[in-house]
Design a protein around this ligand. Structure first.
Ligand code: UDP
Ligand code: MG
Length: 331
């Protein structure tokens, strides 16, 4: 399929590339990351700004970012008031990006910056969303790989939005894709889903994902589990339907068993009191009901947080790129 080109893209000389980098306790990686990113940006025939989002790090990340900004006039630093999580850090970056095209990349060097020129080539060919798709996962346990793959399959099945498998947040977004994302004000930001939900012309680029360069992953299994629930409940009401059908099925089973019991009692009488069957059925029904209430609770909880309509994040400070400082001083 040849995509229809976004005709609003201006001529090459004036184009600006924004790179958004969420960083949470990444002090060890940042200098190396910045070095590798700059090596790539120097080969790209566009002006660039690099927006580092400090997501409430407890280590020296902020100081490190300020140092990078001193050295490099393209660097902007967005300092969030506390740790809001990667999804919101990304959203904050997207709202501050002024580029004609935006690249979102992790700070831990698991996403190779060397792919960015290829992203840009595809963008120039008319794609709005160009994402990296992993062909291999280094440094991750088989349990993580297996659960991740099961999750993508489940989302493909029950979600109305088809999530591309083995795809992280590393991607390029055209201006109109960024603007589309910025109009989504929901608190529960399942970015992988939102990226797919906005549509436009999307293109996958295969790559091999490296192990992180330094530091530790911020994910543990409990967080991943919650992430999966977030994904499912933000994009599909299938669990609610499942609860309904499970309820119907249980009721049908109870009805059949009831008839069986009545007929049996009428024909053979009831010489043995039915304590075991009663207790089993009671426990089963109780379990099913609690589970269905739990599913309802997940959705009601989300309605609750959305209905408060709080702002997504607060900023301690926004340090724009020094390159654009000069411009605004003159203007
Ligand atoms: N991150 C963030 N806020 C958080 C957790 C992570 O901004 O609360 C950033 C982190 O600094 C990194 C990216 O999100 O740049 C991905 O984090 P991580 O490597 O821990 O996730 P994984 O690669 O294991 O999915
Ligand atoms: Mg990582």
């Amino acid at each position: 399929m040849t995509p229809v080109k976004d005709t609003r893209v201006p001529e090459p000389a004036t184009q600006l590339l924004s790179v958004i980098v969420p960083a949470y306790n990444e002090q060890e990686v940042l200098p190396e990351f910045h070095r590798r990113l700059c090596a790539v940006l120097d080969t790209v025939p566009m002006a660039a700004e690099i927006i580092y989002v400090n997501d409430g790090s407890q280590d020296e990340t902020l100081a490190e970012l300020q140092r990078l900004r001193e050295q490099d006039a393209r660097v902007a630093v967005l300092d969030l008031s506390r740790n809001f999580g990667k999804e919101i850090a990304l959203s904050a970056g997207l709202q501050h990006a002024g580029g004609d095209v935006v690249v979102v990349i992790d700070a831990d060097l698991q996403d190779p910056p060397e792919l960015i020129p290829e992203f840009i080539t595809q963008w120039q060919a008319g794609y709005d969303v160009v994402y990296a798709q992993r062909t291999r996962r280094e440094g991750e346990t088989w349990i993580k790989k297996a659960t991740a793959s099961a999750f993508y399959r489940l989302m493909q099945r029950i979600g109305h939005v088809k999530l591309p498998q083995d795809t992280g947040d590393f991607r390029l977004l055209s201006r109109r894709a960024v603007e589309a994302l910025n109009t989504l004000s929901e608190q529960h930001r399942f970015m992988k889903g939102l990226f797919a939900w906005i549509g436009f012309h999307q293109k996958a680029i295969p790559y091999e994902r490296d192990a992180r360069f330094a530091g530790d992953t911020k994910w543990n299994y409990w967080k991943l589990w919650n992430f999966a629930i977030e994904g499912i409940t933000s994009f599909t009401i299938a669990p609610l339907k499942f609860a309904t059908y499970l309820g119907l099925l249980t009721a049908l089973g109870a009805f059949i068993f009831g008839i069986y019991t009545i007929v049996k009692t009428l024909i053979f009488g009831n010489p043995v009191p039915g304590y075991p069957s009663i207790i089993v059925i009671m426990l089963f029904l109780g379990g099913v009901q609690l589970m269905a209430i739990g599913v309802l609770g997940e959705y009601i909880g989300r309605i609750f947080t959305e209905s408060k309509r709080r702002p997504l994040y607060f900023l301690n400070e926004y340090l724009p790129p020094r390159a654009s400082d000069n411009k605004s001083d003159q203007g």
